[in-house]
Design a protein around this ligand. Structure first.
Ligand code: SF4
Length: 272
């Protein structure tokens, strides 16, 4: 997930169950969505050049989040499906020529799954775009099969293989993500799996092994990406008055990154 320019936060919340349910209840009209920003990206959010749209709202609270200003759906800019499709259409020929498409990221894009589904349907059917969704999978139970059929590629973050570590990293349960990954595998969806490597938090050999062993049982995984943790998001936490807990954690050494990548490769997975 890329670091985005900061936007004002109207209300900050801690991601409690009640607050999440309130956000899910707001999400009703497939023609209205809330987004943080969009940009043209290359080679980081799916194949080719991508129109990458960052939707607002996320139920997780990852310690290393680069974009905590996307956490609250209502802090985003309000837009209609038609207007966003018009904007995307301006870039459709360019990204298609560059073997890319649209990637919807966040925040957690499946928080606004009705808007997301309506948008991707039009991107695919009206604009002929390749579609990708960058997700933690935590809200995967909200996805219908019709929605999953609209997504050519999932960029799926599996942030830990150990439930306790997952909760420490995200403040949420691991099980929904694993359930969603299994469902994608069973129905033939394509995936790129991402794992953020944080020394002293996610790098325990047994944690890495748990992720690798699970991913190796999935069908449809075209690649695994080990993403080295960094401090680029720390400034946003400070600007938002949020307690950043990873200040003492150094980014991983190249040697550690390679060791973790080799652990995934040892399970027959392609690591890029
Ligand atoms: S899933 Fe985690 S890293 Fe991604 S936006 Fe939510 S809190 Fe940030």
């Amino acid at each position: 997930m890329r670091r985005l320019p900061i936007t004002p936060v109207r209300e900050r919340h801690g991601g409690s169950r009640a607050e999440l349910e309130a956000e899910l209840a707001q999400e009703g009209d497939p023609e209205i969505g809330y987004y943080h920003s969009y940009e043209i990206t290359g080679a980081v959010n799916g194949p080719g050049v991508r129109f990458t749209l960052f939707l607002s709202g996320c139920p997780l609270r990852c310690q290393y989040c680069e974009n905590p200003d996307t956490w609250t759906m209502g802090d985003g800019r309000r837009v209609t499906t038609g207007r966003m499709v018009d904007e995307i259409a301006k870039y459709a020929a360019f990204v298609t020529t560059a073997h890319g498409g649209i990637t919807v990221s966040g925040g957690e894009p499946m928080l606004q799954i009705r808007f997301l589904e309506a948008l991707l349907r039009r991107c695919r059917h009206d604009l002929g775009l390749h579609t990708a969704v960058d997700t933690s999978g935590f809200l995967g139970d909200r996805a219908t099969d019709e929605f999953l059929d609209l997504v050519d590629l999932f960029l799926l973050d599996i942030k830990s293989g150990d439930p306790d570590t997952y909760r420490l990293v995200t403040s949420a349960d691991l099980a929904p993500t694993l359930r969603f990954a299994r469902r994608l595998s069973d129905r033939g969806n394509r995936m790129w799996v991402r794992f953020v490597l944080v020394p002293g938090l996610t790098d325990a050999p047994e944690n890495v092994e748990a992720v690798a062993a699970f991913v190796a049982t999935l069908d449809g995984v075209d690649r695994v990406e080990v993403l080295p943790f960094h401090h680029l998001g720390a400034g946003k936490w400070a600007e938002l008055g949020l307690p950043y807990q990873l200040g003492a954690h150094a980014p991983p050494s190249q040697e550690l990154v390679e060791r973790v990548e080799d652990r995934f490769r040892s399970h027959g997975l392609t690591v890029l």
